[in-house]
Design a protein around this ligand. Structure first.
Ligand SMILES: *Cc1c(COP(=O)(O)O)cnc(C)c1O
Length: 384
């Protein structure tokens, strides 16, 4: 059996090596390293793929979120509601901009932000909601967009983990993750579903005015050369990353399908196991549905309900099965984000999830032998 990797960047590179190497050589020859034609070509290709009017490439997914918030003109003291159970980048940029992060609990089955908790947290100072499409599946965007409209709030989608995912609205309309709110952001960090070979990110919007504002912000607030109209940042995608992304984008749907296929195999193997809860997919899918295109499984995350999660992590580490705990500490209990406004009683789900979740190896190169080994090892330990 091939050694099992949590994320297999090498295997994926082998499949696109010639194309990527040639394109990178071309960038070196032309020496258009920043904002060259390759960046524009990737931007246009991603706009087509996502069916969104504007993609603005930038340096990473954290910048993308920050710039989206700057573009919306959010001001110090404005409250921004986001999920307690996510990667810290989401809350970090809210705090950095001196906005007030308001963390709320998530749903126990999808791990995504809890709509009733958002509703409870809305005050006269609330200006935006940041749903994180965690682990590759969209938050309940029907309800979030409805709440936002009712309370006149912006919706900023943190789509770092769900590029390529679809959301089917209640009326049957389908839209790509990241394009449903006022603005969306993503990350092209190497281990993300569409990853480059360094750092990269992008902002998406259908709003022409906001897109214009953001294009200036990513470039030192310049709309005309050496005229700085607003305070901006320096956040660019370089051409070498753009050619990698352009080689991978046409394969993104196939990558997503390979992940779904691995997820289906995992979920089938764990069927009927009393102490193992497999991830739930929305839109009526069961997670082993063969036509599902909603979830792109950035992570395949189980809940271990018999208190053996930590022991399982150790056992897997000792037996050649990499795994991860995303996330081990709720954000409201992280030193940087502790706030008197939070009550432990408001976070029953996150507080439980941090004790139960475990993410399994997930990438495009997993084979049946590896999946069988992983699932048998887990089932053997949990029942042992
Ligand atoms: C990865 C990630 C980010 C940050 O992206 P970077 O490119 O690493 O800055 C933001 N939010 C979430 C949910 C992420 O998973």
């Amino acid at each position: 059996m091939k050694k099992i990797q949590m994320v297999d960047l090498k295997g994926q590179y082998q499949a696109i090596k010639e194309q990527v190497n040639t394109s990178i050589s071309n960038v070196l020859e032309t020496s258009a390293f920043i904002n060259g034609p390759e960046v524009h070509a990737f931007q246009a290709a991603l706009e087509d793929y996502l069916v969104v009017k504007h993609v603005i490439p930038c340096a990473n997914g954290t910048d993308a979120l920050q710039i989206a918030m700057m573009g919306l003109g959010l001001k110090s003291g404005d409250e921004v509601i986001t999920a307690d159970f996510t990667f810290a980048a989401t809350v970090e940029v809210i705090a950095l901009l001196q906005l007030t992060p308001v963390l709320v609990d998530v749903e126990p089955d999808t791990f995504n932000i809890d709509i009733s908790a958002i509703e409870k947290a809305i005050t006269s100072k609330t200006k935006a909601i940041v749903p994180v499409h965690l682990f590759g599946q969209c938050a309940d965007m029907d309800a979030i967009l409805e709440l936002a409209e009712k309370h006149n709030l912006y919706v900023i989608e943190d789509n770092a983990q769900a590029i390529g995912a679809n959301h089917t609205f209640k009326n049957g309309k389908k839209q790509k993750a990241g394009t449903m709110g006022h603005v969306g952001s993503t990350s092209f960090f190497p281990s993300k579903n569409l990853g480059c070979y360094g750092d990269g990110g992008a902002i998406f919007t259908n709003d022409d005015g906001l897109a214009h504002t953001i294009r200036g912000i990513v470039n030192h607030g310049m709309y005309e050369r050496y005229h700085h109209d607003v305070v901006g940042v320096n956040s660019r995608l370089d051409s070498i990353q753009a050619v990698v992304l352009r080689a991978k984008l046409p394969k993104l749907d196939a990558y997503c399908n390979a992940r779904r296929e691995a997820a289906r195999k995992y979920s089938r193997a764990f069927e009927g196991q009393p102490n193992i809860i497999v991830p739930k997919t929305v839109n009526g899918c069961t997670g082993i549905c063969d036509t599902c295109d909603c979830h792109v499984f950035h992570q395949y995350t189980l809940k271990i309900t018999n208190g053996k999660r930590d022991a399982l992590v150790q056992y897997l580490n000792e037996n050649g099965v990499p795994c991860g705990v995303y996330y081990p500490i709720p954000l409201h209990r992280q030193k940087a984000y502790i706030d008197d406004r939070y009550n432990e009683a408001d976070f029953p789900v996150t507080n439980q999830l941090v004790k139960e979740v475990i993410s399994l190896p997930m990438h495009t190169e997993l084979d049946d032998e590896q999946i069988n080994f992983i699932t048998n090892t887990i089932i053997g330990f949990i029942n042992g």
